[in-house]
Ligand binder design. Structure first.
Ligand SMILES: NC(=O)C1=CN([C@@H]2O[C@H](COP(=O)(O)OP(=O)(O)OC[C@H]3O[C@@H](n4cnc5c(N)ncnc54)[C@H](OP(=O)(O)O)[C@@H]3O)[C@@H](O)[C@H]2O)[C@@H](O)CC1
Ligand SMILES: [K+]
Length: 515
């Protein structure tokens, strides 16, 4: 599990060590870790260190200090080092170390910003160390001009081979992931003490590249994380494995209320996702023409035109492929939520549901649907407002609905209405394809039916049982991403193949590599 923290949490964790006079030690650990990560990256790319050039864009605070100290370590490995001081001043000891190691220093001004940008673009490595966790807003003045121009050069004619963000790309808010343009897109972010929330939430994650955490000794002081990310060992621990005496009912039954005359395929894809994610049985409720197609495509599914109250299941999936005129299906969706069982509710069901739900109800909007949901609940959001602050928007929606809210996107965010948040980024852009969300709903539905009642499984994994619905949604997002990535294999993908690949991905997760 990756745990991420806000800048404020990290600074609070540093406080006791700073009070004990360990500030300089923390900075040495951070900057040495940064230099080492750059060395490893260059070596992995088959690049010689000796004679390669590194340019540091250094602000006046400790973030700039980290960048300058790191460059002085790199100078000791034979790299040629240059620094551009963006604020006319710099961390005193770090600047002295940098100059002692032979580094060249430029002072940034409005007049030389574009010339220095052109010079930095010719370096092999650029370290972005203007702003870190002490930032208020984005870059300003000449620093903004230099960064905009460097970003431009990089996009049009290549620029530095390796762009490294020191702690966080300057201009990205460590607490939320909001990005105040201009921001340099890093290939690698080397972050200190622990991952920052802003590196794991869009749009900040777009700029972070690969994230490498350097431990600096504050770990014991860290509080409950603001955001977490499940990794394959967590899935191994949390995914269900049927016992020897399991039968289809004990394994979990999912009821599916999905599909319409206009979108019958959504019901099929949701059922295929659920079946691929190991559910004991799927019971489909819906119009006869959709049920007919479901039977044809998934003969395993038991179809009926019955009602929710007469259908015995452990969880419900409602909403995929349903429209506002499907009154009977909407009534079933409403009844499923009223039953108190866990429910995954895709967007089509939302208009039929009460405003206030419960944590066992998982909503799965994309950005546009989330904006519409928030608007319906009286919060003033456009799609663009969701996209610039995904974490804030999903948190807001979970607070208003008291449901678990999963925001689909390049980075999938899950917010419980209490305090747990997850960020999963296991997918591929090829997953942005019609029907992908229906398969995701099926996977989450299958997991709700199988592990929803298993409180102990979550407690043993350090997850508050009351917050397990968010963990289940994150598990589903992770499986969906991994299966989609495997199915795409770097090329295009149709949604049905996500379900086809899921069992293989699952078995790889639960099979030790040496077997
Ligand atoms: N604490 C520790 O022991 C350790 C910290 N570490 C490192 O320190 C970093 C945090 O350092 P930091 O607190 O000095 O803040 P930092 O992000 O460098 O800001 C610099 C200064 O810029 C200013 N400023 C603010 N916003 C601005 C803007 N938009 N545009 C322009 N200027 C702006 C503001 O000054 P002000 O304007 O308030 O006078 C602020 O003081 C952290 O990310 C990590 O890299 C590690 O070494 C581990 C040990
Ligand atoms: K930075």
């Amino acid at each position: 599990m990756i745990s991420a923290y806000t800048g404020t949490q990290i600074r609070a964790a540093e406080e006791p060590l700073l009070a004990a006079g360990m500030g300089a030690v923390l900075m040495q650990r951070a900057s040495y870790g940064l230099a080492n990560a750059i060395v490893h990256e260059l070596q992995a790319r088959g690049r010689r260190l000796y004679g390669a050039s590194v340019a540091v864009l250094a602000g006046k605070g400790n973030n700039g200090g980290d960048g300058l100290f790191a460059a002085s370590f790199l100078a000791a490995r034979g790299m040629r080092t240059t620094a551009v001081l963006t604020a006319g001043a710099a961390h005193t000891e770090a600047l002295a170390a940098f100059q002692r190691a032979g580094g060249r220093v430029h002072f940034l001004s409005d007049a030389n910003a574009s010339r220095l940008a052109a010079e930095m673009a010719r370096a092999d490595v650029v370290i972005d160390a203007v702003l870190g966790t002490g930032a208020q807003g984005g870059l300003r003045g000449a620093a903004a001009a230099l960064v905009a121009s460097l970003a431009d050069v990089r996009q049009t004619s290549g620029g530095p081979e390796l762009m490294v963000a020191c702690d966080i790309p300057s201009g990205v808010d460590a607490d939320t992931g909001e990005a105040h343009a201009p921001v340099l897109s890093a290939d690698l972010t080397v972050t200190f003490g622990a991952a920052k929330v802003g590196l794991l939430a869009d749009p900040g994650a777009d700029y972070a590249g690969r994230v490498h955490v350097v431990p600096i000794g504050i770990e014991a002081e860290l509080p409950w994380p603001a955001l977490r990310r499940l990794q394959p060992p967590d899935l191994l621990r949390l995914l269900p494995q049927p016992g020897r005496r399991a039968h289809k009912y004990s394994r979990g039954v999912l009821g599916v209320v999905a599909g319409s005359a206009d979108y019958p395929g959504a019901a099929v894809l949701a059922c295929r996702g659920a079946l691929a994610a190991g559910v004991g049985m799927v019971r489909y409720l819906g119009p006869p023409e959709v049920a007919h197609l479901v039977r044809q495509s998934c003969p395993e599914v038991v179809c009926s035109a019955g009602e929710v109250a007469d259908t015995h299941v452990q969880a419900w999936l409602v909403g995929s492929g349903m429209g506002p005129s499907d009154s009977h299906q909407l009534q079933r969706a409403h009844d499923a939520v009223e039953s108190g069982l866990p429910v995954i509710a895709d967007a089509g069901a939302l208009p039929a549901l009460p405003d206030v739900l419960g944590p066992q109800v998982v909503l799965t909007p994309h950005a546009g649907e989330l904006a519409a949901l928030l608007k319906r609940l009286g919060a003033d959001y456009e799609r663009s407002a969701v996209e610039v602050n995904t974490l804030g928007a999903v948190r807001h929606a979970a607070a208003l609905t008291e449901a678990t809210v999963l925001l689909k996107g390049a980075t999938t965010l899950v917010a419980s209405p209490f305090q747990d948040f997850y960020s999963q980024a296991d997918g591929t852009p090829w997953l942005a394809t019609a029907g992908s969300g229906d398969v995701l709903a099926g996977i989450i539905g299958a997991l709700l039916a199988q592990v929803g009642p298993d409180v102990g499984r979550f407690r043993d994994a350090g997850i508050d049982p009351d917050e397990r619905w968010a963990a289940i949604a994150a598990m589903g997002a992770s499986l969906h991403g991994l299966a989609g990535t495997a199915a795409a294999g770097g090329g295009p993908l149709s949604a049905g193949r996500i379900a086809e690949y899921l069992p293989e991905v699952w078995s790889r997760l639960v099979t030790p590599p040496d077997v």
